[in-house]
Design a binder for this molecule. Structure first.
Ligand code: FES
Length: 335
């Protein structure tokens, strides 16, 4: 099920490669751009193998600029195809976008702000850093990358924050000292994290172990990271009396939608939990890539967030809690 959105047309103004795999894209929306806040994202419609799909990208600006949208897209050669479609855009191309939305809002009363990013997870934190710097709030930003060439925005952030910005290149200096970063945050200070699922889980655990309030930890994921490689699998839906083949390049959610099965979904990146479905059985481990389900729920394995999580091959049987529309005629997909 798609929520009612205000979709609008935008034109690609220019593109610029920040690193060999991260491309900055400027979009000019038709009409007046609505206001947005730091941490916001926009959704874009992309065509993948003839299917219309939706992808989310954080806005780099903090909303104080000229109404143009800037997004940074990491090319994932083995991904589901969204980044390849975005990288194919040229200046002058038209694209459909939804109005900015924010699931990763910055609080305004904290005594200090610590921002922590892994890889391309830096994108929503750029807008936050800019806002916090402009409003003279105490901020530190840590960015972990595997190689120096992945360090998009490092020069910009260095110029804004000076020694309050730390770039950690893991191939040169090893991993960030998470325990030290957390220990240096004052009791009421807020921590904002965006990165791969492993980083989010490690931070969440360390935060809990330190006895800190979960209300002071905010995080956003990117949907492409998991614990296992993506493999094709079969999904069975006893309610509909059918089985669907899901390719390695497709999400469970998009396969169900393509088969005409109406599923509730919103963020499409494992954060809101709207797409969580009941698992009836599964003959392989489930790669839970969301940040919505708790560790206990992931261990119990009774729910799966269809937008990002998937079994590691094999066969999974699910039930759709949302009864929604029952497709007319036999269910098929394009596998
Ligand atoms: S749509 Fe939000 S978690 Fe799947």
């Amino acid at each position: 099920m798609k929520f009612l959105d205000n979709w609008n047309r935008a034109t690609v103004q220019w593109t610029r490669d920040l690193t060999p795999t991260i491309r900055l894209i400027e979009l000019l929306p038709a009409g007046r751009a609505p206001a947005w806040t730091p941490g916001s994202h926009i959704r874009v419609r992309v065509a993948i193998d003839g299917r219309a799909e939706t992808r989310c990208y954080s806005l780099i600006d903090d909303g104080s600029a000229d109404g143009r949208f800037h997004i940074a897209v990491k090319l994932a050669e083995n991904g589901l195809g969204g980044s390849r479609a975005m990288w194919a855009l040229k200046p002058g191309d038209a694209i459909e976008i939804a109005e900015p939305d924010n699931h990763f809002e910055l609080g305004f009363g904290a005594p200090s702000y610590t921002l922590l990013a892994g890889g391309v997870g830096i994108t929503p934190l750029v807008s936050m850093a800019r806002f916090l710097m402009r409003t003279a709030r105490p901020v530190r930003l840590f960015h972990a990358v595997r190689n120096r060439e992945e360090a998009a925005f490092a020069d910009l952030l260095q110029s804004w924050l000076g020694d309050r910005f730390q770039l950690q290149v893991e191939s040169e200096s090893g991993r960030l000292d998470l325990a030290k970063i957390l220990a240096d945050i004052e009791p009421e200070g807020e921590l904002y994290v965006c990165g791969p699922i492993g980083m989010l889980e490690a931070v969440r655990k360390a935060w809990e172990v330190a006895g800190r309030s979960m209300a002071l930890l905010r995080y956003e994921s990117f949907a492409s990271s998991g614990h296992h490689a993506k493999l094709p699998f079969t999904v069975a839906l006893p309610r509909f009396g059918c089985e669907i083949q899901v390719s390695a390049q497709q999400s469970l959610l998009s396969a169900l939608e393509e088969a005409g099965i109406d599923i509730l979904a919103d963020c499409r990146r494992g954060e809101c939990g709207l797409c969580a479905l009941d698992i009836l059985s599964c003959d392989t481990p489930v790669d839970h890539r969301d940040v919505f389900l708790s560790d206990r729920q992931k261990t119990e394995n009774r729910k799966i967030c269809a937008c990002v999580s998937r079994p590691v091959g094999g066969r999974i049987a699910i039930d759709t809690a949302y009864r929604g529309l029952v497709p007319a005629g036999p269910i098929t997909n394009r596998q």
